[in-house]
Design a protein around this ligand. Structure first.
Ligand code: ZN
Ligand code: ZN
Length: 173
């Protein structure tokens, strides 16, 4: 997925992190993601400090590619480093960016844009852990963990309230 940093051309976009408007002329971080309402992709915008907390990995890539001056760069980098340490805490949920993943439990593909649960799995051939994906309805059969919905909710900082509500319905099967 593409990501970018640019100067906000209008003051109309709202930050996906804090839900506040992003001021015209401020730097904003954008991540392209599957549209929830139509075919194709749309941009999700964030204030840089907000992206540092919830999107440290793509923000880093966008900052590396961005040629201009970034105000408060040191503070943003510190927030990214802190977020990065807890970034891949499993299990977490996200929207599938492609239709290429398959559910570890039922082996059926996971639709692009659908909610999926990410968990750690051993890659036997390589002997090291990787990320595997599950339909929310299949997750409880695969992941042995008490109070799975609470654990997933805590780790899924990229999802908004509506996504989380949908996720809990799907987890319940
Ligand atoms: Zn924000
Ligand atoms: Zn499944």
């Amino acid at each position: 997925m593409a990501e970018t940093i640019e100067i906000a051309k209008t003051g109309r976009a709202r930050c996906r992190g804090c839900r506040q408007p992003i001021e015209k002329g401020a730097l904003r971080f954008g991540e392209e993601q599957p549209s929830q309402f139509a075919e194709g992709m749309q941009w999700a915008w964030y204030h840089l400090p907000c992206a540092a907390k919830s999107k440290p990995v793509p923000l880093k890539a966008a900052m590396d590619a961005f040629g201009g001056e970034i105000p408060d760069r040191a503070a943003i980098e510190a927030a990214m480093a802190e977020a990065d340490e807890s970034a891949s805490v499993y299990p977490y949920a996200e929207r599938a960016p492609t239709a290429r993943s398959r559910c570890l439990q039922c082996r059926e593909p996971i639709d692009k844009g659908a909610l999926r649960v990410a968990t750690e799995r051993e890659l036997e051939a390589m002997g090291r852990p990787g990320t595997g994906y599950l339909h929310p309805r299949c997750a409880a059969q695969y992941i042995e963990q008490d109070d799975l919905p609470t654990a997933i909710r805590k780790n899924s900082r990229g999802l908004g309230d509506a996504d989380l509500a949908e996720l809990e319905r799907e987890l319940a099967g």
